[in-house]
Design a protein around this ligand. Sequence first.
Ligand code: F0G
Length: 353
Amino acid sequence: MWTGLMNKYRRYLPVTDRTPNITLSEGSTPLIRLHNFSEQELGGLKLNVYVKFEGLNPTGSFKDRGMFLAISKAAEAGAKAVICASTGNTSASAAAYAARAGLQCFVLIPDGHIALGKLAQAMVQGAKVIAIAGNFDDALAAVRTISEKHPFTMVNSLNPHRIEGQKTGAFEICEQLGQAPDYHFMPVGNAGNITAYWRGYQEWQAAGQIKTLPKLMGFQAAGAAPIVDGHPVKDPQTIATAIKIGNPASWRQAEAARDESGGVIEKVTDEEITQAQLKLAAREGIFCEPASAASVAGLLKKAGEGFFRGGETAVCVLTGHGLKDPDRAIAIAPPLSRVRADSAEILKIIQAG
Ligand code: F0G
Protein backbone atom coordinates (compact mmCIF):
# COMPACT_ATOMS: atom_id res chain seq x y z
CA MET A 1 0.00 0.00 0.00
CA TRP A 2 1.34 3.45 -0.92
CA THR A 3 1.57 5.55 2.24
CA GLY A 4 3.17 8.74 0.97
CA LEU A 5 6.58 10.30 0.48
CA MET A 6 7.90 10.36 4.04
CA ASN A 7 7.74 6.60 4.38
CA LYS A 8 9.23 6.02 0.93
CA TYR A 9 12.09 8.54 0.96
CA ARG A 10 12.69 9.01 4.69
CA ARG A 11 16.48 8.59 4.31
CA TYR A 12 16.68 11.50 1.92
CA LEU A 13 14.45 13.89 3.87
CA PRO A 14 15.14 16.09 6.92
CA VAL A 15 12.92 14.08 9.28
CA THR A 16 13.53 12.51 12.67
CA ASP A 17 11.58 10.18 14.95
CA ARG A 18 9.90 13.26 16.37
CA THR A 19 8.57 14.47 13.01
CA PRO A 20 4.87 13.66 12.62
CA ASN A 21 3.87 12.30 9.23
CA ILE A 22 1.16 14.63 7.98
CA THR A 23 0.34 12.83 4.75
CA LEU A 24 -2.45 12.45 2.22
CA SER A 25 -0.52 9.75 0.35
CA GLU A 26 1.07 12.27 -1.98
CA GLY A 27 3.56 11.21 -4.66
CA SER A 28 3.82 8.04 -6.74
CA THR A 29 2.30 9.81 -9.73
CA PRO A 30 2.37 8.09 -13.12
CA LEU A 31 4.93 8.64 -15.85
CA ILE A 32 2.90 8.31 -19.04
CA ARG A 33 4.42 7.80 -22.47
CA LEU A 34 2.90 9.96 -25.20
CA HIS A 35 1.78 7.98 -28.24
CA ASN A 36 -0.14 10.30 -30.47
CA PHE A 37 2.25 13.11 -31.24
CA SER A 38 3.50 12.63 -34.79
CA GLU A 39 7.14 12.57 -35.81
CA GLN A 40 6.41 15.68 -37.82
CA GLU A 41 5.32 17.52 -34.68
CA LEU A 42 8.51 16.36 -32.99
CA GLY A 43 10.77 17.92 -35.62
CA GLY A 44 10.67 14.89 -37.93
CA LEU A 45 12.39 12.72 -35.34
CA LYS A 46 11.62 9.79 -33.09
CA LEU A 47 11.70 10.97 -29.48
CA ASN A 48 10.71 9.14 -26.31
CA VAL A 49 8.38 11.62 -24.67
CA TYR A 50 6.84 11.04 -21.25
CA VAL A 51 4.71 13.19 -19.01
CA LYS A 52 4.95 13.07 -15.23
CA PHE A 53 1.33 13.70 -14.29
CA GLU A 54 1.59 15.61 -11.03
CA GLY A 55 -2.05 16.62 -11.34
CA LEU A 56 -2.81 13.22 -9.79
CA ASN A 57 -1.50 14.24 -6.37
CA PRO A 58 -4.12 14.50 -3.58
CA THR A 59 -4.95 18.18 -4.15
CA GLY A 60 -4.32 18.03 -7.89
CA SER A 61 -0.86 19.57 -8.12
CA PHE A 62 2.84 18.98 -7.43
CA LYS A 63 2.65 21.27 -4.42
CA ASP A 64 1.64 18.32 -2.22
CA ARG A 65 5.17 16.87 -2.52
CA GLY A 66 6.60 19.83 -0.63
CA MET A 67 3.60 20.75 1.46
CA PHE A 68 3.40 17.45 3.34
CA LEU A 69 6.90 18.12 4.63
CA ALA A 70 6.49 21.86 5.29
CA ILE A 71 3.37 21.14 7.36
CA SER A 72 4.89 18.10 9.11
CA LYS A 73 7.92 20.20 10.12
CA ALA A 74 5.69 23.10 11.21
CA ALA A 75 3.70 20.70 13.39
CA GLU A 76 6.94 19.24 14.80
CA ALA A 77 8.11 22.77 15.72
CA GLY A 78 4.83 23.44 17.54
CA ALA A 79 3.45 25.99 15.05
CA LYS A 80 -0.18 26.93 15.43
CA ALA A 81 -0.69 28.66 12.07
CA VAL A 82 0.76 28.72 8.56
CA ILE A 83 0.61 31.42 5.89
CA CYS A 84 1.33 31.59 2.17
CA ALA A 85 0.89 33.69 -0.94
CA SER A 86 -0.40 31.81 -3.93
CA THR A 87 -1.52 31.79 -7.53
CA GLY A 88 -3.84 29.01 -6.33
CA ASN A 89 -2.21 25.61 -6.07
CA THR A 90 -0.03 26.36 -3.06
CA SER A 91 -3.08 27.66 -1.22
CA ALA A 92 -5.10 24.55 -2.06
CA SER A 93 -2.31 22.29 -0.85
CA ALA A 94 -1.51 24.33 2.27
CA ALA A 95 -5.19 24.38 3.24
CA ALA A 96 -5.49 20.61 2.87
CA TYR A 97 -2.39 19.65 4.86
CA ALA A 98 -3.04 22.32 7.51
CA ALA A 99 -6.55 20.91 7.94
CA ARG A 100 -5.07 17.44 8.32
CA ALA A 101 -2.61 18.70 10.96
CA GLY A 102 -5.16 20.81 12.80
CA LEU A 103 -3.30 24.05 12.06
CA GLN A 104 -4.79 27.38 11.12
CA CYS A 105 -4.08 28.42 7.54
CA PHE A 106 -4.02 31.91 6.03
CA VAL A 107 -3.65 32.36 2.28
CA LEU A 108 -3.15 35.55 0.28
CA ILE A 109 -4.24 35.42 -3.34
CA PRO A 110 -4.37 38.00 -6.15
CA ASP A 111 -8.04 38.98 -6.23
CA GLY A 112 -9.79 37.78 -9.38
CA HIS A 113 -6.70 36.09 -10.81
CA ILE A 114 -6.77 32.54 -9.57
CA ALA A 115 -8.53 29.60 -11.18
CA LEU A 116 -11.91 28.59 -9.82
CA GLY A 117 -11.03 25.05 -8.72
CA LYS A 118 -8.09 26.25 -6.63
CA LEU A 119 -10.15 28.94 -4.93
CA ALA A 120 -12.85 26.40 -4.13
CA GLN A 121 -10.29 24.05 -2.58
CA ALA A 122 -8.73 26.66 -0.31
CA MET A 123 -12.11 27.93 0.83
CA VAL A 124 -13.74 24.57 1.52
CA GLN A 125 -10.65 23.15 3.22
CA GLY A 126 -10.95 25.68 6.00
CA ALA A 127 -8.28 28.25 5.11
CA LYS A 128 -8.85 31.92 5.78
CA VAL A 129 -8.64 33.24 2.21
CA ILE A 130 -7.55 36.86 1.85
CA ALA A 131 -7.89 38.25 -1.68
CA ILE A 132 -5.60 41.23 -2.13
CA ALA A 133 -5.77 44.05 -4.66
CA GLY A 134 -2.43 43.22 -6.23
CA ASN A 135 -0.55 40.42 -7.96
CA PHE A 136 1.27 37.33 -6.65
CA ASP A 137 4.52 39.25 -6.13
CA ASP A 138 2.70 41.78 -3.92
CA ALA A 139 1.08 38.95 -1.95
CA LEU A 140 4.41 37.20 -1.40
CA ALA A 141 6.06 40.43 -0.23
CA ALA A 142 3.28 40.86 2.34
CA VAL A 143 3.63 37.26 3.52
CA ARG A 144 7.38 37.68 3.98
CA THR A 145 6.88 40.80 6.08
CA ILE A 146 4.12 39.29 8.21
CA SER A 147 5.85 35.95 8.83
CA GLU A 148 9.08 37.68 9.89
CA LYS A 149 7.35 39.48 12.74
CA HIS A 150 4.47 37.19 13.69
CA PRO A 151 4.19 33.55 14.72
CA PHE A 152 3.02 32.16 11.38
CA THR A 153 5.12 29.61 9.51
CA MET A 154 5.47 30.62 5.86
CA VAL A 155 4.87 27.65 3.57
CA ASN A 156 5.82 29.21 0.25
CA SER A 157 8.80 27.60 -1.48
CA LEU A 158 11.11 29.96 0.44
CA ASN A 159 10.47 27.46 3.22
CA PRO A 160 13.35 24.99 2.67
CA HIS A 161 11.17 21.98 3.53
CA ARG A 162 9.04 22.66 0.45
CA ILE A 163 12.07 22.22 -1.81
CA GLU A 164 13.22 19.14 0.11
CA GLY A 165 9.86 17.46 -0.43
CA GLN A 166 9.53 18.49 -4.07
CA LYS A 167 12.90 16.99 -4.99
CA THR A 168 11.26 13.54 -4.69
CA GLY A 169 9.71 14.14 -8.11
CA ALA A 170 13.17 13.63 -9.62
CA PHE A 171 13.69 10.42 -7.62
CA GLU A 172 10.43 8.99 -8.93
CA ILE A 173 11.14 9.86 -12.56
CA CYS A 174 14.51 8.10 -12.36
CA GLU A 175 12.98 5.05 -10.69
CA GLN A 176 10.22 4.88 -13.30
CA LEU A 177 12.60 5.23 -16.26
CA GLY A 178 15.41 3.17 -14.72
CA GLN A 179 17.72 6.15 -15.41
CA ALA A 180 17.59 9.92 -15.71
CA PRO A 181 15.96 11.34 -18.86
CA ASP A 182 18.13 13.28 -21.32
CA TYR A 183 15.87 16.31 -21.03
CA HIS A 184 13.53 17.47 -18.27
CA PHE A 185 10.93 20.05 -19.38
CA MET A 186 8.94 22.08 -16.87
CA PRO A 187 7.08 25.35 -16.34
CA VAL A 188 8.81 28.03 -14.26
CA GLY A 189 6.90 30.50 -12.07
CA ASN A 190 8.33 31.33 -8.66
CA ALA A 191 11.14 28.90 -9.60
CA GLY A 192 10.97 26.66 -6.53
CA ASN A 193 10.20 23.54 -8.51
CA ILE A 194 13.11 23.79 -10.96
CA THR A 195 15.36 24.33 -7.92
CA ALA A 196 13.89 21.22 -6.29
CA TYR A 197 14.17 18.99 -9.36
CA TRP A 198 17.81 19.92 -9.91
CA ARG A 199 18.61 19.13 -6.29
CA GLY A 200 16.73 15.84 -6.58
CA TYR A 201 18.59 14.70 -9.67
CA GLN A 202 21.94 15.66 -8.16
CA GLU A 203 21.22 13.84 -4.90
CA TRP A 204 20.02 10.76 -6.76
CA GLN A 205 23.29 10.72 -8.68
CA ALA A 206 25.32 11.22 -5.48
CA ALA A 207 23.42 8.29 -3.96
CA GLY A 208 24.64 6.13 -6.86
CA GLN A 209 21.15 5.63 -8.28
CA ILE A 210 21.76 7.25 -11.69
CA LYS A 211 24.87 7.80 -13.80
CA THR A 212 23.87 10.83 -15.87
CA LEU A 213 21.96 14.04 -15.17
CA PRO A 214 19.28 15.56 -17.40
CA LYS A 215 19.40 19.00 -18.95
CA LEU A 216 16.77 21.17 -17.28
CA MET A 217 14.52 22.98 -19.76
CA GLY A 218 12.41 25.63 -18.02
CA PHE A 219 9.61 27.59 -19.70
CA GLN A 220 7.99 30.83 -18.62
CA ALA A 221 4.90 32.40 -20.17
CA ALA A 222 5.88 35.10 -22.68
CA GLY A 223 4.07 37.85 -20.74
CA ALA A 224 5.58 36.74 -17.43
CA ALA A 225 9.17 35.85 -18.27
CA PRO A 226 11.45 37.81 -15.92
CA ILE A 227 14.27 35.24 -15.98
CA VAL A 228 14.32 35.15 -19.79
CA ASP A 229 14.01 38.94 -20.10
CA GLY A 230 16.65 39.50 -17.44
CA HIS A 231 14.61 41.82 -15.23
CA PRO A 232 11.51 41.70 -13.00
CA VAL A 233 8.21 42.16 -14.82
CA LYS A 234 6.00 44.71 -13.02
CA ASP A 235 2.65 43.68 -14.48
CA PRO A 236 2.94 40.05 -15.63
CA GLN A 237 0.26 38.82 -18.04
CA THR A 238 -0.66 35.29 -19.14
CA ILE A 239 -3.66 33.01 -19.30
CA ALA A 240 -1.56 30.51 -17.32
CA THR A 241 -2.44 32.16 -14.00
CA ALA A 242 -0.39 29.64 -11.98
CA ILE A 243 2.83 31.11 -13.40
CA LYS A 244 1.74 34.74 -13.64
CA ILE A 245 4.75 35.88 -11.61
CA GLY A 246 7.03 38.85 -12.28
CA ASN A 247 9.76 38.45 -9.68
CA PRO A 248 10.48 34.79 -8.80
CA ALA A 249 11.77 34.14 -5.29
CA SER A 250 14.20 31.42 -6.46
CA TRP A 251 15.46 33.31 -9.50
CA ARG A 252 19.19 32.70 -8.85
CA GLN A 253 18.68 29.02 -8.06
CA ALA A 254 16.75 28.59 -11.32
CA GLU A 255 19.62 30.12 -13.27
CA ALA A 256 22.05 27.83 -11.45
CA ALA A 257 19.93 24.77 -12.33
CA ARG A 258 19.85 25.87 -15.95
CA ASP A 259 23.58 26.58 -16.19
CA GLU A 260 24.85 23.62 -14.17
CA SER A 261 22.70 21.17 -16.14
CA GLY A 262 23.45 22.73 -19.53
CA GLY A 263 19.77 23.45 -20.13
CA VAL A 264 17.77 26.55 -21.02
CA ILE A 265 15.07 28.81 -19.62
CA GLU A 266 12.94 30.20 -22.44
CA LYS A 267 9.43 31.46 -23.03
CA VAL A 268 6.32 30.15 -24.74
CA THR A 269 3.35 32.23 -25.84
CA ASP A 270 -0.18 31.84 -24.48
CA GLU A 271 -1.16 30.48 -27.89
CA GLU A 272 1.56 27.80 -27.74
CA ILE A 273 0.48 26.90 -24.20
CA THR A 274 -3.15 26.63 -25.28
CA GLN A 275 -2.34 24.44 -28.28
CA ALA A 276 -0.24 22.10 -26.12
CA GLN A 277 -3.01 21.86 -23.50
CA LEU A 278 -5.60 21.06 -26.17
CA LYS A 279 -3.40 18.48 -27.90
CA LEU A 280 -2.64 16.66 -24.68
CA ALA A 281 -6.30 16.56 -23.73
CA ALA A 282 -7.86 15.77 -27.10
CA ARG A 283 -5.17 13.46 -28.48
CA GLU A 284 -3.73 11.74 -25.40
CA GLY A 285 -6.62 12.02 -22.92
CA ILE A 286 -4.43 13.86 -20.46
CA PHE A 287 -6.04 16.96 -19.00
CA CYS A 288 -3.61 19.37 -17.38
CA GLU A 289 -3.92 23.01 -16.46
CA PRO A 290 -2.52 25.75 -18.74
CA ALA A 291 0.69 26.41 -16.76
CA SER A 292 1.53 22.71 -16.89
CA ALA A 293 1.15 22.64 -20.66
CA ALA A 294 4.04 25.13 -20.89
CA SER A 295 6.37 22.14 -20.49
CA VAL A 296 4.97 20.36 -23.55
CA ALA A 297 4.70 23.66 -25.43
CA GLY A 298 8.41 24.10 -24.73
CA LEU A 299 9.22 20.62 -26.01
CA LEU A 300 7.25 21.20 -29.23
CA LYS A 301 8.91 24.56 -29.71
CA LYS A 302 12.42 23.14 -29.30
CA ALA A 303 11.56 20.22 -31.59
CA GLY A 304 10.34 22.68 -34.24
CA GLU A 305 13.64 24.56 -33.98
CA GLY A 306 15.59 21.38 -34.79
CA PHE A 307 17.00 21.14 -31.28
CA PHE A 308 16.99 17.32 -31.01
CA ARG A 309 19.00 14.69 -32.91
CA GLY A 310 16.55 11.82 -32.51
CA GLY A 311 16.30 9.00 -29.98
CA GLU A 312 16.46 11.21 -26.90
CA THR A 313 14.24 10.71 -23.87
CA ALA A 314 12.36 13.74 -22.58
CA VAL A 315 10.11 14.04 -19.53
CA CYS A 316 7.62 16.91 -19.30
CA VAL A 317 6.23 17.65 -15.85
CA LEU A 318 2.48 18.30 -15.88
CA THR A 319 2.33 20.23 -12.63
CA GLY A 320 -1.44 20.56 -12.14
CA HIS A 321 -4.74 18.95 -13.14
CA GLY A 322 -6.95 20.49 -15.83
CA LEU A 323 -9.96 20.49 -13.50
CA LYS A 324 -8.25 23.26 -11.54
CA ASP A 325 -9.21 25.74 -14.24
CA PRO A 326 -12.53 24.68 -15.80
CA ASP A 327 -13.29 28.17 -17.13
CA ARG A 328 -10.19 28.13 -19.28
CA ALA A 329 -10.84 24.60 -20.55
CA ILE A 330 -14.35 25.49 -21.66
CA ALA A 331 -13.09 28.67 -23.32
CA ILE A 332 -10.55 26.82 -25.50
CA ALA A 333 -12.49 23.62 -26.25
CA PRO A 334 -14.67 23.25 -29.36
CA PRO A 335 -18.20 24.48 -28.56
CA LEU A 336 -20.84 22.02 -27.40
CA SER A 337 -23.98 21.43 -29.43
CA ARG A 338 -27.35 22.33 -27.90
CA VAL A 339 -30.44 20.60 -29.19
CA ARG A 340 -33.98 19.56 -28.21
CA ALA A 341 -34.35 16.04 -26.76
CA ASP A 342 -35.37 14.68 -30.15
CA SER A 343 -33.54 11.74 -31.70
CA ALA A 344 -33.87 12.98 -35.28
CA GLU A 345 -32.31 16.31 -34.38
CA ILE A 346 -29.61 14.65 -32.29
CA LEU A 347 -28.76 12.33 -35.18
CA LYS A 348 -28.40 15.31 -37.52
CA ILE A 349 -25.69 16.68 -35.27
CA ILE A 350 -23.96 13.30 -34.97
CA GLN A 351 -23.95 12.82 -38.73
CA ALA A 352 -22.58 16.31 -39.31
CA GLY A 353 -19.48 14.99 -37.47
N1 F0G B 1 2.70 24.86 -12.50
C1 F0G B 1 1.68 25.06 -11.65
C2 F0G B 1 0.40 24.34 -11.91
C3 F0G B 1 1.84 25.91 -10.53
O1 F0G B 1 0.83 26.08 -9.69
C4 F0G B 1 3.08 26.57 -10.35
C5 F0G B 1 3.28 27.46 -9.23
C6 F0G B 1 4.10 26.31 -11.27
C7 F0G B 1 3.88 25.45 -12.33
C8 F0G B 1 5.45 26.93 -11.15
O2 F0G B 1 6.18 26.37 -10.12
O3 F0G B 1 6.58 28.42 -8.81
O4 F0G B 1 7.88 26.35 -8.37
O5 F0G B 1 8.25 27.66 -10.46
N2 F0G B 1 2.37 27.83 -8.43
C9 F0G B 1 2.58 28.63 -7.22
C10 F0G B 1 1.29 28.71 -6.42
C11 F0G B 1 3.25 29.93 -7.44
O6 F0G B 1 1.10 29.68 -5.67
O7 F0G B 1 0.47 27.81 -6.51
P1 F0G B 1 7.30 27.24 -9.39
